[in-house]
Design a protein around this ligand. Structure first.
Ligand code: XMP
Length: 511
């Protein structure tokens, strides 16, 4: 398989570069600049990308690469800091920008030399996203200037003979108009990629690798019903079916029919599927608790206890499987990331369960790739394209104390909201949407009688990263339909409100 190496110099867009490369159907991995040169060489890339970074290359303490990398005969594209690093390492000169005009931030009109392979097929001018305070005062010998802006004569440099390219802007961000074309040119025109990274192929390779690693060993997986653990389970089921035990702890705070949906999805494989109906147990522990953090803690701890009890019945296993995905690995800075994450993901399970090794079959995949793999494996679309659902489930969407009655009420109302959102096509626009059962009761009138029932809040947000979010502008007539249906079809609710706060200052969940 052809591979691209991305050397990370601490840039905020390192993950984005990797995603873009994979979207071009070329496999890549991000490795920190501190990785040993032998490791980078052994990776055997067809091309190398240097990411941006917050430092200045001319400072001795700044991240760098062993110059030997320039003798490998492998094409290199440096982005921002990476571009300056190429210039600095090969005899050019990078200095702080002398005046404000040479410093560039934000959207900048850029003029491309389309004779350069990197810009082949592009219009001669386009907007690019800049973010650099340093300036290449002198470009190294052998390099020519291949793009400029009104303020800066050397926005891009190239030594086409040796296959070294640098751009001061960020082709990976969506603000750069022809960014993907530029990356594609690097991959296909310069590195000679054929584009062999497809999920179908990956699935087969991953299955073969899992079979080899697991051998005749036994594997145990804690299944939450979320996308990651479901896809990990499906992949393992396909690879080592009868050696796999999935423990699905149903804490009784899932959405309507969710437990059955998860169970049904795995009926097609010959695996040991243990569904633990722990609703009573969880509700007993949660009775009378209204403080959000305590709810979370109780559920986390109880989850471990239930899983532990089931794991004991299974006995010793060789592998504990987890659904860790690539963003977790990159964010934790590679290296020790696996271990930190393993404990974090399952709340300390490895301390309780008798296993020899951890296996993380999705470790190298981005979320959208995980979803694609799920589809390849034949998981149903409702599981694969599921919106995020918090581990503590409806417990943090029932404000105040939790009872089975309240959970049932919320489940029905939430299902109506989701159904109407989907039939209005709004599920494509909102990234997360759900109902919240508030703790407020108010007076209403139904028929000829007075009611004193709960207020239900509807929440729908648009967001790309869930760190910030905006409330979704869904149509009034949709809200009207949802409101009418819920009040008519679900007992115990006589008032519906729509949450119109963004995050910040609110959060997406209410607790
Ligand atoms: P907030 O409410 O912090 O939520 O804006 C951001 C995203 O995280 C999800 N979320 C959780 N996920 N366990 C989880 O697995 C949790 O305890 C939890 N709390 C919030 C939330 O659904 C949203 O997508």
């Amino acid at each position: 398989m052809e591979k691209i190496l991305i050397i990370d110099f601490g840039g905020q867009y390192n993950q984005l570069i990797a995603r873009r490369v994979r979207e071009c159907n070329v496999y890549c991995e991000v490795k920190p600049w501190t990785a040993p040169l032998e490791e980078l060489k052994a990776f055997d890339p067809i091309g190398i990308l240097f990411t941006g970074g917050p430092n200045s290359v001319y400072l001795e303490t700044s991240p760098h690469v062993d110059p030997e990398i320039f003798t490998w005969g492998v094409p290199i594209l440096g982005i921002c800091y990476g571009c300056q690093l190429i210039a600095h390492a090969l005899g050019g000169q990078v200095t702080p920008a002398q005046d404000d005009s040479a410093r560039e931030y934000g959207k900048t009109v850029t003029y491309y030399d389309t004779a350069c392979k990197l810009f082949r097929g592009l219009p001669e001018e386009g907007v690019s996203w800049m973010s650099h305070g340093d300036y290449m005062a002198k470009v190294p010998e052998g390099f020519s200037l291949t793009a400029h802006s009104d303020a800066c004569p050397n926005v891009a440099i190239a030594d086409e003979k040796r296959g070294f390219y640098g751009v001061q802007f960020h082709p990976e961000v969506s603000h750069t108009q022809f960014g993907v074309d530029i990356l594609r040119n690097f991959l296909y025109e310069i590195c000679g990629a054929k584009g062999d990274w497809t999920m179908g192929d990956y699935k087969n390779t991953a299955i073969a690798q899992l079979r080899e690693k697991v051998g005749t060993g036994k594997v145990l997986l804690a299944l939450s019903g979320g996308v990651d653990s479901s896809v990990a389970a499906a992949l393992l089921a396909e690879a080592v079916g009868s050696q796999l035990t999935c423990v699905f702890v149903d804490h009784g705070l899932m959405r309507l029919n969710e437990g059955d949906e998860v169970e049904n999805a795995f009926a097609q494989w010959d695996i040991h599927f243990l569904r633990v109906d722990a609703e009573d147990r969880f509700l007993r522990k949660l009775a009378g608790v209204d403080e959000p953090e305590r709810k979370r803690k109780i559920i986390g701890e109880e989850f471990i206890r239930v899983f532990e009890a089931e794991a004991k019945k299974v006995g010793a296993v060789d592998f504990l499987a987890q659904g860790t995905i690539y963003p977790d690995v990159i964010e934790s800075g590679a290296g020790d990331a696996a271990v930190i994450k393993s404990h974090h993901n399952v709340g300390g399970l490895p301390d309780f369960v008798d296993f020899k090794e951890i296996v993380e079959p999705l470790r190298m995949l981005f979320k959208d790739e995980v979803r694609q793999l799920g589809r390849e494996l034949g998981l149903p679309e409702y599981l694969v394209s599921r919106q995020p659902f918090p581990g503590p489930g409806l417990a943090i969407r029932i404000i105040g104390d939790i009872t089975k009655e309240k959970a049932d009420t919320l489940r029905l109302a939430d299902a109506i909201f989701r159904e109407e959102m989907a039939s209005a096509g709004q599920d494509k626009h909102a990234n997360q949407y759900f109902a919240v059962l508030t703790n407020t009761r108010s007076v209403g009138v139904m028929g000829d009688g007075r009611t004193y029932d709960y207020t239900l809040a509807l929440r729908a947000v648009t967001t790309s990263d869930f760190m910030t979010a905006d409330w979704a502008r869904i149509p009034y007539d949709l809200l009207d339909r949802v409101s009418t249906r819920i009040v008519n079809e679900v007992g115990g609710i006589n008032r519906i409100v729509y949450d119109i706060t963004s995050k910040p200052p609110a959060t997406i969940e209410w607790e």
